[in-house]
Unconditional design. Structure first.
Ligand code: NAD
Ligand code: AKB
Length: 314
């Protein structure tokens, strides 16, 4: 049994719900403490109410459970952040500082903090966007993620903090609902296809974005966290790619299961956010440094989503 004890902050969200399950399989229920602003409907292992902005509260939970690793997932995502930019900046940045400082002070040994493809902006080359390129994000979410990446690297270089990060694309899964992002349509579309046979997309038909199926995101996250430190050569955040598609293409993949499925389009404010992001990602460094490769493409993800959502709806 590993001696590590893990704290997930923001564990009720889209990633946290599934990450907690995966980490508990590896480390055991008692070694993975979940935490969020509110209690979830069902609690399987240790759970604590934590507000990431309450530094003393966070530190006391870290001490209570002798936590060695923190996965910091609490944040406002792109669409929600645009509605409350000042609060999004405060939450996304101060939350990160509280955990980086805990590591700097020797309270914890390892930190996971997710970045996003939102660090890229309209001036970034949008096809096969490389690890190192122009980064001029024009959303508050992207600005906070870019600043967060710089601070992760700074804390690694100055204070030897073992912080690891991935620039997730849009994530898609059947176990949990997305929490206010621009890529959320690619989750909603499956639910609406199965319930109503039709979906109105808030992004236009040709909006191609990088996406990833949740099992691949969990694999990337855990592989990066378990990689020997010398293999983690990038301490800002790693590009990782899964697949790229637009609303029309995901609809086509759904039609293989639901032939009468209909999609129409009514773009809203999220269109401008999506238009500022890459269409596809070059993840050569993640592949070379710690052996990343995805298992799912669009059709195999759709097959699995439909199969599992159908089971859940029975
Ligand atoms: P989510 O919105 O589904 O979950 C975030 C969780 O954080 C929620 O349960 C929320 O209650 C909690 N939270 C909010 N404020 C908090 C606070 N003050 N203290 C404690 N908890 C708080 O988000 P997610 O999709 O699970 O994303 C998790 C992380 O991954 C975020 O940093 C996000 O930017 C990043 N990310 C997600 C995606 C994606 O597609 N889901 C893509 C790229 C990056
Ligand atoms: C969002 O759309 O905000 C997230 C992300 C890509 O960071 N899914």
């Amino acid at each position: 049994m590993s001696k590590d004890s893990i704290l997930i902050i923001g564990s009720n969200g889209q990633i946290g719900t599934e990450l907690a399950e995966s980490l508990r399989l590896i480390y055991g229920d008692d070694h993975v403490v979940c935490s969020d602003l509110k209690q979830p409907e069902t609690i399987k292992g240790p759970f604590e109410i934590i507000d990431i902005l309450d530094k003393d509260g966070v530190y006391s939970i870290i001490k209570k459970y002798s936590i060695t690793q923190v996965y910091l997932l609490a944040a406002l995502l792109s669409a929600t952040a645009e509605k409350n930019p000042k609060f999004a900046w405060d939450l996304n940045m101060q939350g990160l500082f509280n955990i980086l400082d805990a590591a700097k002070e020797g309270l914890i040994k390892k930190v996971y903090w997710p970045s996003s493809i939102a660090v890229f902006g309209p001036t970034t080359p949008s096809v096969l966007t490389p690890q190192y390129t122009i980064m001029e994000p024009n959303t508050i979410y992207g600005i906070s993620k870019q600043a967060g990446e710089r601070f992760c690297e700074y804390y690694f270089q100055k204070y030897n903090v073992d912080v690891r990060s991935i620039r997730y694309p849009g994530l898609i899964g059947y176990k949990s609902a997305p929490g206010g992002g621009t890529t959320d349509y690619a989750v909603h579309i499956y639910h609406e296809a199965l319930k109503n046979g039709k979906y109105t997309s808030f992004l236009s038909e040709q909006t191609t974005l990088p996406m990833m199926y949740m099992p691949d995101a969990l694999k990337a996250t855990i592989n990066l966290m378990e990689a020997p430190a010398e293999k983690v050569k990038i301490r800002s955040s790693y590009n990782v790619a899964g697949m790229s598609f637009n609303p029309l293409e995901i609809a086509e993949s759904i039609k293989k299961h639901i032939p009468n499925f209909e999609i129409d389009f009514n773009p809203d404010f999220r269109q401008a956010i999506a238009d500022s992001w890459p269409k596809s990602i070059n993840d050569a460094e993640a592949r070379q440094h710690w052996g990343w490769s995805p298992d799912y493409d669009l059709q195999s993800m759709t097959d699995d989503m439909i199969l599992n959502l159908r089971k859940r709806m029975q």
